[in-house]
Design a protein around this ligand. Structure first.
Ligand code: SF4
Length: 261
């Protein structure tokens, strides 16, 4: 079931797929893998296979049954474009998103090659925001792949940032989220790496969101950069009113703070 995030009542996660496998250095301390292990130990039926890729077809239509507009993070416990997820299953997930204009969906992948290959077969309504994770220079080709995807909002999750990214091609990118690794064994992030990305975003007119410094105790390191918060959102996401006076923009800010994969 999609569940309310621990930090934001307007935000949901929707996991029609659970489980994944590591694909690059950014996966080394995968939060989803740790969480799946815990849920398996607790006897959760959705995680009976632990972190092995598992399809949940009974959840594909769930957002259609939610009339109230939500900001929904898709597959926080997997990667929708994993090689073990059939093309047809991915298409059905996208069909659901296209049929739910009341919601805004965020999809994030490290499998950008597959995303690029299958993108022409998928619907790209304006309520689907598509992103790739990039943790260091070895995987910047994911940005090139994303640039070819006809999503109305394309974003980067530069987290956990593990090295400098001084020559980003951001022409087709609307939003960049930067964050350091957190939790046990967290690897350090240099301030110079973050400041370089911020300056590139400013120069190339890309919304810049600084999520956290991270570390073993992320609450002690906070998220101030240059003595302030950076909470910019893509222009596409601003000013959309939700019931109760909250805005999609505000909800997305919370999503950005909660992205883990
Ligand atoms: S869920 Fe994300 S971080 Fe975890 S193994 Fe899969 S791609 Fe890597």
């Amino acid at each position: 079931m999609p569940k309310t995030s621990k930090i934001e009542w307007t935000q949901f996660t929707w996991n029609p797929v659970t489980g994944c496998s590591r694909v690059s250095e950014g996966c080394r301390h995968c939060y989803a893998e740790r969480m799946a292990g815990r849920l398996l130990a607790m006897g959760s039926p959705r995680y009976r296979n632990g972190f092995k890729v598992t399809l949940h077809p009974d959840l594909i239509d769930l957002p259609r049954r939610m009339a109230k507009p939500r900001v929904i993070f898709v597959n926080s416990m997997s990667d929708l474009f994993h090689e073990k997820v059939p093309d047809n299953f991915i298409r059905r997930v996208f069909d659901t998103m296209a049929a739910c204009p009341q919601h805004t969906f965020q999809v994030l992948t490290k499998r950008s090659g597959r995303l690029r290959a299958i993108a022409p077969q998928l619907p790209w309504p304006k309520n689907v925001w598509m992103g790739v994770s990039v943790e260091d220079e070895r995987v910047v080709s994911r940005i090139t792949d994303l640039a070819q995807v006809p999503a109305q909002v394309r974003f980067l999750s530069l987290e956990p940032l593990l090295g400098p990214l001084d020559n980003l091609e951001l022409t087709a990118i609307h939003w960049a989220i930067v964050g350091g690794e957190s939790g046990p064994g967290a690897r350090p992030m240099a301030e110079a790496w973050v400041e370089s990305i911020r300056q590139q975003c400013e120069k190339q007119k890309v919304a810049f969101f600084f999520k956290q410094w991270g570390g073993v105790n992320k609450h002690s390191t906070g998220r101030l950069l240059n003595g302030r918060n950076y909470d910019a959102m893509p222009a596409h996401g601003t000013g959309v009113r939700r019931p109760g006076g909250a805005t999609v923009n505000r909800a997305w800010r919370k999503v950005a703070l909660d992205v883990v994969a």
